[in-house]
Design a protein around this ligand. Structure first.
Ligand SMILES: Nc1ncnc2c1ncn2[C@@H]1O[C@H](COP(=O)(O)OP(=O)(O)O)[C@@H](O)[C@H]1O
Ligand SMILES: [Mg+2]
Length: 403
């Protein structure tokens, strides 16, 4: 067989799909307390009464969406088994980010084919009227899950739904809302009325500990991998890195997948720690690139300036020296430079993205404080992601050898 022939045998995987994002695990480990609370909050639905509105919050990757799918599958089957009419609808607001659009989506969910409405061109109050009507025509208990609710730009729909709870809009239907947010400050931004209505029950999903991540990964190992192909250190290592990086199960699972892919490409006969370490580097690179692609032009010029100090072994750099280089880069690019105040704010933002490390130092006798800045990533992937801005500004001498 030639080098480029395809042959069956997914070693080391048995079911690689089980490590992908949209896979819903049959078992849910490591979230017992949260599941119990969530389950108890939904239980009234099966007893024929209306659950409180629930607000679920926690950072990304801590199992909020997966726990919701897991419990709602069970709630729907129980509804059928015990013959309790429960209609559930899950909307991810990441793609549908206004109350208006969610309203239209809901109208269309509850209307028959042929009676659906177009996505634009209705007064908003009309959309809500059609929504109440559609809900009432369906009747019974309706549970709406609004996932990533922090993407919704206005709280008009939530306001309407809180009024519906006071029974001012609906006659034969009742609606409960589950709002899920990755953004911990979302709740505080809501108006008091909406907040007290949406957050009748709040359930916090904390970051995973390394122990919990090990459980999650072990459970997935048994489905995703062939028997005994993971070296003993692989799962503990993925779990440790995952816990270190904000306790995100998605990241830990991605890392395990990457390690498996590397082992496969290599034709190794086991997945070992080294594959995990290399996988981590690759994933970090991808993340850096994604982070940089999200920056605007001035932030890129600033990052480029830091990178040149790093490449010239002049790092950490004092912020005022950094500002000078940023200014001259702007000039070279034919752009108006922004203020040093702007730069200070954005140094902090780039630090939050993990691109820079910032240190505050005392000035000595004058008692003032100043910042020093270091690049917090390997130079090469950063330069690669900055290619476009480097073309605009020009190649600084410190990086000549690397371009
Ligand atoms: N306790 C768990 N058991 C099994 N898989 C989990 C668990 N928690 C999270 N996952 C998996 O991790 C990934 C991220 O979880 P997700 O629920 O999407 O996070 P969130 O919605 O909080 O951002 C998903 O692929 C999910 O299946
Ligand atoms: Mg989610």
């Amino acid at each position: 067989m030639g080098e480029f022939d395809f042959k069956p045998g997914n070693f080391p995987f048995a079911n690689r799909n089980a490590l992908l994002d949209d896979y819903t695990p049959e078992e849910f480990v490591g979230r017992d307390d949260e599941l119990q609370e969530y389950h108890a909050a939904l239980q009234p639905a099966i007893d024929g009464s209306q659950p409180d509105n629930i607000f679920l919050f926690g950072k990304t990757g801590v199992g909020k969406t997966a726990a919701t799918r897991f419990l709602f599958d069970r709630l729907e089957s129980a509804g059928e088994n015990y013959d309790v009419g429960i209609k559930t609808k899950l909307i991810n607001c990441d793609g549908i980010d206004t109350s208006y659009r969610i309203g239209v989506e809901l109208v269309n969910t509850f209307r028959e084919t042929g009676e659906k409405i177009s996505e634009t061109g209705h007064p908003r109050s009309k959309v809500y009227d059609m929504m109440w009507e559609a809900f009432d025509n369906h009747g019974g208990l309706i549970i709406l899950v609004l996932d990533e609710i922090d993407h919704v730009q206005d709280d008009s729909l939530l306001y309407q739904l809180s009024r519906a709870r006071e029974n001012r809009e609906l006659t034969s239907a009742r609606v409960s809302v589950v709002g899920i947010s990755n953004d911990l400050s979302y709740r505080d931004r809501l108006s008091p009325k909406v907040r007290s209505s949406l957050c009748e029950r709040s359930i916090n999903f904390p970051a995973y500990s390394a122990d919990e991540l090990r459980e999650v990964l072990r459970q997935r190992e048994s489905i995703a991998f062939q028997d005994d192909v993971l070296g003993g250190g692989v799962i503990p290592l993925c779990a440790a890195y995952g816990a270190q990086e904000s306790g995100d199960a998605r990241k830990a699972l991605d890392l395990l997948l990457k390690a498996g892919d590397i082992a496969q490409e290599e034709g190794a006969d086991q997945v070992i720690d080294e594959h995990v370490r290399r996988g981590r580097k690759l994933l970090q690179r991808e993340e850096v690139t994604r982070g940089i692609l999200g920056l605007n032009e001035h932030e890129r010029i600033l990052l480029y300036a830091v990178t040149t100090f790093e490449a010239g072994n002049e790092s950490p750099v004092r912020s005022r020296d950094l500002y000078r280089r940023y200014e001259s880069f702007c000039e070279q690019a034919g752009r108006e430079s922004l203020t040093s105040r702007w730069m200070h704010d954005h140094i902090d933002e780039l630090e939050m993205l993990g691109l820079l490390a910032v240190d505050k130092r005392n000035e000595g006798s004058t008692g003032g404080q100043y910042k020093t800045v270091t690049l917090n990533q390997d130079i090469n992937p950063v330069l690669k992601a900055l290619e476009q801005i480097i073309n605009t500004v020009g190649i600084h001498q410190s990086i000549k050898s690397q371009m």
